[in-house]
Design a protein around this ligand. Structure first.
Ligand SMILES: [Zn+2]
Length: 132
């Protein structure tokens, strides 16, 4: 079944169901719902693994590092201040970006059909201990 990637991505980064855009994608901060409350689409089995943190760290780094360099050139703030501000800013940015990145990755995987469904059909598979 062909699914449009663009609308699914738009729904995913808004943390909405990639299929309908109405139901919530997460039950909490990062845990995907088992199924969409609005349309019933199964979402809990899709595994994003490490890609969302990679995206969040990559984007946050490209925001924070230029700010550090600019601040050093413009004001040369005290080292203790920089050691306080930059890690907190980086962590806050990553915390904000992580659900957006995970929503986008889950939506892209859903739209492309890369949901790991082929593993679930294996009888006696080795995925029994893996989280949903
Ligand atoms: Zn839905």
């Amino acid at each position: 079944m062909a699914r449009a990637l663009g609308p699914a991505l738009g729904n995913g980064i808004r943390r909405r169901c990639p299929a309908c855009g109405r139901g919530a994608l997460f039950a909490g901060y990062l845990r995907p719902v088992a199924a969409c409350a609005a349309c019933g689409e199964a979402l809990g089995h899709i595994r994003a693994d490490d890609f969302p943190p990679y995206i969040a760290i990559l984007v946050a780094g490209h925001v924070v590092v230029p700010l550090i360099l600019f601040a050093e050139q413009a004001w040369a703030p005290a080292l203790w201040l920089q050691l306080l501000v930059w890690p907190l800013l980086a962590l806050a940015l990553i915390a904000l970006l992580l659900p957006v990145a995970k929503g986008g990755v889950l939506a892209a995987l859903w739209a492309l059909g890369l949901t790991g469904g082929e593993r679930q059909e294996e009888p006696g598979g080795t995925d029994a201990g893996r989280r949903p």
